[in-house]
Design a binder for this molecule. Structure first.
Ligand code: FCB
Length: 509
């Protein structure tokens, strides 16, 4: 049960509306849009096609909060879960089952990146989303300059991207931060420390200085609301807090907004000194939030408030310069924030259902799939698939902000050998993306999550998201899945009738 009382705070009266009848379409129909034209669905030449990863999930452990969390989990044997796709606070599912070397090296990407990126190139990609790790560049607090080994590592990685013809898209904060930042200072830890932004600025200046001439796409923050929600409310990510009242996380949200604005300013100033044009934005985790019962107004109302709180509040803040947290009294102007996004990143992972109770109007459940509908397609993590939602989210983002959009993550946990679910998922979502472009939505790139199988945070190594399988039993051997080749063909020819047929979507038009 997930509770976000702040979202529904003050709307108890409206609960009475739930008694009114309200009818709607059955949800398992309409998973896909009706296409206006027959295939092929072709993308423009300059469209960015690639895959996404994050350093901590694929690379050798750095001295970060996540590494410290994993070590603590190992020490205390906290390997539990609350169920499929429901992480248990303070635990990492099945972490103890994996050999030390896997836990430390993750996928051994440090040693294998040239091979991984060459594979991406063979798969027809022209771009690659990866993350720089703050803890790799600043493993210790008292460092004026970035660690030379860290700098050399990223130059090596960028060289490999260049050789492979991949345009780099670099994320600056993808959930992990240096462990030293979590030493308490003045009663505060991590992002809430008074000096956090000064340290972040040092990291940003090092990034600009060393790599500013080589990177033209930056994503400052990955999914800030997932970070805040999982780390400060649910306790399933470091720092593992459960603050209970969402207005108590406003300080973290505001600080992340300041960090974003700072990154935008420093990177843009550096680029203009170099006479380069760069795009700086951030990416948001999105889902289609739907009422569990279409006829229940309280489900509908709560779903739309959660969508606003979880997806749009943060983007609105960057758009307007003022943070207003839905369902709380929090309202703060953040100097220098307004308009600091050249694009908006969309990570899209399917549909959630919101179920309220008229007896407890301030509580609600978030369901990851419809428990009453076994025919609903869902991933190994129990996440309901809803391809049309990608179009809906893109359309909403366009309507609100009129910014260029990039899908910076979209993918599915599918460990099955035949890889059929992933193939269908890929075709279905890219078809929605084609339709979005057709409708004039300015989407400029698609990055599949993920290039290779990896460490899925509190879910451990179980979920398999890779276009390329990693054989952890056999020296981290890379084995491309059939969807890797399907993606290559889509990039080359667009989505054809044969492809739709092969994945069972031909009749959906
Ligand atoms: C996103 C994260 C990414 C990965 C996918 C499955 O929320 O950004 O690191 O864990 O989910």
């Amino acid at each position: 049960m997930r509770k976000w009382p702040f979202v529904v705070g003050g709307i108890g009266l409206l609960g009475a509306l739930a008694f009114l009848p309200w009818f709607g379409a059955r949800r398992t129909r309409g998973l896909h849009s009706v296409m206006p034209a027959p295939p092929p669905y072709v993308f423009p030449r300059d469209f960015l096609f690639g895959a996404a990863t994050a350093g901590h999930q694929i690379e050798r452990a750095q001295p970060s909060d996540w590494t410290a969390f994993e070590q603590e989990v190992m020490r205390t044997g906290r390997f539990g879960t609350l169920g499929t796709g429901r992480p248990k606070p303070g635990h990492i599912h099945d972490l103890g089952r994996w050999p030390d070397e896997v836990r430390r090296a993750k996928t051994n990407h440090d040693a294998l990146y040239a091979q991984d990126l060459a594979l991406a190139a063979q798969m027809g990609h022209n771009a690659y989303r990866f993350s720089l790790e703050w803890a790799r560049l600043f493993p210790k607090e008292q460092m004026e300059e970035a660690d030379p080994q860290g700098v050399a590592y990223y130059h090596g990685l960028l060289d490999a991207m260049e050789r492979a013809g991949l345009t780099p898209s670099a994320t600056l904060f993808h959930f992990a931060s240096p462990q030293w930042l979590w030493q308490e200072r003045g009663g505060r830890r991590g992002w809430e420390r008074d000096d956090a932004l000064r340290h972040f600025e040092r990291y940003l200046r090092a990034v600009a200085k060393h790599f500013g001439g080589r990177i033209s796409h930056y994503c400052t923050l990955n999914e800030p609301m997932v970070y805040v929600y999982n780390g400060y409310l649910e306790g399933v990510f470091p720092p593992g807090e459960r603050r209970g009242d969402p207005s108590q996380v406003a300080g973290v949200v505001a600080q992340l907004l300041r960090a974003h604005a700072l990154a935008y300013r420093i990177l843009k100033e550096d680029a203009s000194r170099r006479g380069r044009s760069i795009a700086v934005g951030f990416t948001q985790h999105t889902r289609a939030f739907h009422p569990y019962r279409n006829w229940a107004p309280l489900d509908r109302l709560t779903a739309s408030l959660i969508e606003q709180a979880f997806i749009w509040d943060f983007v609105d803040a960057v758009h307007t310069g003022t943070l207003r947290m839905t369902g709380t009294q929090q309202r703060q102007e953040i100097p220098g924030l307004k308009g600091t996004q050249d694009y908006l990143g969309i990570n899209y992972y399917g549909r959630f259902y919101i179920k309220t109770s008229i007896l407890h109007p301030l509580r609600f459940e978030i369901l990851m799939h419809d428990p009453d509908d076994p025919s609903e397609p869902r991933s190994d993590l129990g996440w309901a698939e809803y391809p049309r939602g990608l179009l809906e989210v893109l359309a909403e983002a366009q309507r609100r902000y009129q910014l260029p959009l990039y899908v910076l993550e979209n993918g599915v946990a599918d460990a099955a050998d035949d890889d059929r679910r992933r193939q269908r998922y890929l075709v279905a979502h890219l078809r929605e993306l084609w339709l979005a472009r057709q409708r004039g939505i300015d989407v400029r790139g698609y990055f599949h999550w993920s290039l290779i199988d990896n460490f899925e945070w509190a879910e451990g190594f179980g979920p398999r998201f890779g276009l390329i399988r990693v054989d952890y039993q056999d020296g981290f051997r890379r084995v491309p899945r059939p969807s890797a080749d399907l993606y290559r063909r889509i990039i080359r020819t667009g989505i054809t009738h044969e492809m739709l047929q092969a994945v069972g979507l031909a009749s959906d038009r």
